[in-house]
Design a protein around this ligand. Structure first.
Ligand SMILES: Nc1ncnc2c1ncn2[C@@H]1O[C@H](COP(=O)(O)OP(=O)(O)OP(=O)(O)O)[C@@H](O)[C@H]1O
Ligand SMILES: [Mg+2]
Length: 246
C-alpha cells in the first residue's frame, strides 16, 4: 500500500523552480533512496514533503491525506518524521532533552518515558550520554540522536536527508544497520543519499535525480555498474546552475 505519493511535483524557492514534474512513491515497509549529485534537488524534494519550499504545482499525499494545503506544523503531526541534512539536533540541550523535544506533540508522558527507554535500547551509545549536551557528541552519535528524536514522535515514515554524509566508514555501516533496524520495526524510510554503495545496500528502490528531474527509477538491484558510472561521472558538468532552464 502506498504511504507517500508525490504526483507531478514542481517546486523551488521564491520564483525559482528547482525540481520539475517529480513522481515518487513510498510503499508501506519500504526503504526508498533518492540518489543524485550535489545540487540535483534531493533536499528540495524532501523539504517539499515537509512544506518548507514553494510548491508551484503537483500534489503530495500521505496515506489519503493531501499534504499540499497543510501547514508545516500540521505535516509534522500526520506521522512523518523529518531529519534535515544540517542542524538536526538542539546542540545546547542534553541527549535526553532532545528526545523529549521529539515527543512534544504527545500528551501521555508515561508512554514517552517508556519510549525513551526503548530508544536507548536501539541506540545504546546514547544511554550513557543522556545528560551530555548534544554538541559534545561525535558526528555519528549526533546523527543517531537526530533519528532517535524523530522517532519519538512515532512516525510511520522517516525522511532522512543524507544521514551518512561526512561520517567515518565504520560509523556509516553502524548507521546503515540502525536504519534497517528502524525499518524492520515498521517505519518506512525515504532518504536522500550521495553514497551509491550505501543507497544500494539499504534501499529496496532508488530514484536518481539530475538537474531537478528524476532520470531513473527502479529496484536497487536493477542498477548496473555501468549505469551508475555513467550517471555520476558527468555530475560536475551537469550541475544545475540556472533554475529557469528546462
Ligand atoms: N533555500 C534555498 N533558496 C534558494 N535556492 C536554493 C535553496 N536551497 C537550495 N537551493 C538551490 O536548489 C538547487 C538544488 O539544491 P538541493 O539542496 O535540493 O540539492 P541536493 O541534491 O540536496 O544537493 P546536496 O547533495 O549538495 O545536498 C541548488 O541549485 C541550490 O542552489
Ligand atoms: Mg541536499
Amino acid at each position: 500500500m502506498s504511504l507517500l505519493k508525490i504526483i507531478s511535483l514542481t517546486a523551488g524557492y521564491g520564483k525559482n523552480i528547482v525540481i520539475t514534474n517529480i513522481f515518487v512513491n513510498v510503499n508501506e515497509g519500504e526503504i526508498v533512496a533518492i540518489l543524485g549529485p550535489n545540487g540535483s534537488g534531493k533536499s528540495t524534494l524532501l523539504k517539499s514533503v515537509m512544506g518548507i519550499t514553494k510548491v508551484f504545482s503537483g500534489k503530495i499525499f500521505f496515506k489519503d491525506v493531501d499534504l499540499t494545503p497543510l501547514s508545516v506544523d500540521r505535516r509534522a503531526r500526520v506521522g512523518i518524521g523529518y531529519v534535515p541534512q544540517l542542524d538536526n539536533v538542539f546542540t545546547e540541550l542534553s541527549v535526553e532533552e532532545n528526545l523529549e523535544m521529539g515527543a512534544y506533540t504527545r500528551p501521555k508522558r508515561e508512554e514517552v518515558r517508556l519510549d525513551i527507554e526503548d530508544i536507548y535500547s536501539l541506540f545504546p551509545s546514547l544511554r550513557g550520554k543522556r545528560k551530555r549536551k548534544a554538541k559534545t557528541l561525535s558526528g555519528g552519535e549526533r546523527q543517531m540522536l537526530a533519528i532517535a528524536r524523530a522517532l519519538m514522535a512515532k512516525p510511520k515514515l522517516l525522511i532522512l536527508d543524507e544521514p551518512t554524509s561526512s561520517l567515518a566508514p565504520n560509523m556509516v555501516s553502524t548507521l546503515v544497520s540502525k536504519i534497517k533496524e528502524v525499518n524492520s520495526r515498521g517505519v518506512s524510510v525515504l532518504m536522500a543519499e550521495q553514497n551509491v554503495k550505501v543507497a544500494l545496500e539499504i534501499a529496496d528502490r532508488v530514484y536518481i535525480m539530475r538537474s531537478g528531474r528524476v532520470i531513473f527509477e527502479g529496484p536497487s538491484n536493477s542498477l548496473t555498474g555501468a549505469m551508475i558510472g555513467d550517471l555520476f561521472l558527468t555530475k560536475r558538468a551537469t550541475q544545475r546552475t540556472d533554475p529557469e532552464e528546462g
